[in-house]
Design a protein around this ligand. Sequence first.
Ligand code: NAD
Ligand code: AKB
Length: 320
Amino acid sequence: MNKILVIGASGQIGTELTLALRQHFSGEMVIAADLKREADLLKGTGPFLPLDIMDKEILRVQVRRHEIKTIYLLVAMLSAAGEKNPLLAWQLNMQSLINTLEVAREESVTKVFWPSSIAVFGKDAPKQNCPQDAYSAPSTVYGISKLTGEQWCHYYYYRYGIDVRSIRYPGLISYKTLPGGGTTDYAIEIFHSAIRGENYTCFLRADQRLPMMYMDDAVRATIELMEAPAAKISVRTAYNLAGISFTPEEIAREIKRLIPEFTIEYQPDFRQAIADSWPESIDDHIAARDWGWKPSFNLKKMTEEMIHHISPGLAVSTKR
Ligand code: NAD
Ligand code: AKB
């Protein structure tokens, strides 16, 4: 029995990843855990545990009690929220990972997934097709925590043999869940405004190109990475992963094709400086070579799916 624990399961990725893992394995095998209440979409699909990842002893008790063999750790404070409270972001992002890796070591958990981010790259990294090993001096505390976290993952693999795997996700775009405080959140908010018939005020410049990915691709990538034979995994920090790169102007144009009355204006705020420090596109040939990664959503297909799935009753106002 290889039981799985998903920590941060009520969040943007956690909800969708938990649902996908429960479909892939079985509901009972995948235990969802979060500090906040169980996400509505998870209700009735499998077990849920209230859990504060900052309490290592409680984590240990739960891992032992449920005989957990695989952990997906999805807790973090994202880039924009982190810049408002850098020390808290550092504490949460680092301690959650250390607690997980330590409990994995002590309780013989064999596999851990922990996501990194394109935020590991700073303004000196190449903007186009940013390579796996580009020089990195991140400009946010979130990016620093991800870069440091990658080194801890690498360390626990080589020092203790724990099979830790990681991906540098681009900005993730989903219709089932809302984003949690990132710089790429505009690419979800824009759909909610368009569907509500509201003007959208974008907090990034019209021409700010960033690496993004539709959630279905991100969830599939995560499961494919975790299922790949260990011998194929050559990167024990975190894999670069690419989906779609686009600008606010380009996604707005795509939305207007389907909702012609949609309007957008641009008022860049502090998040523009964060976006300025990130690459525009990512070179992910190592993920393609090692475990066969291939994205399946382009901008047009993703826009159609988002508009098809967000009903006017569920769209959230993004007016600030
Ligand atoms: P999110 O903020 O939506 O979800 C995080 C979840 O963690 C929330 O449900 C929150 O309640 C929970 N949490 C917070 N503190 C906790 C604690 N002390 N104990 C237990 N649970 C706690 O974040 P997300 O967007 O789903 O991101 C998940 C992971 O993916 C993070 O590591 C993030 O850095 C990474 N990532 C996300 C994106 C993206 O675009 N969403 C991109 C790159 C990387
Ligand atoms: C953020 O914007 O902080 C996240 C990320 C790219 O890590 N979406």
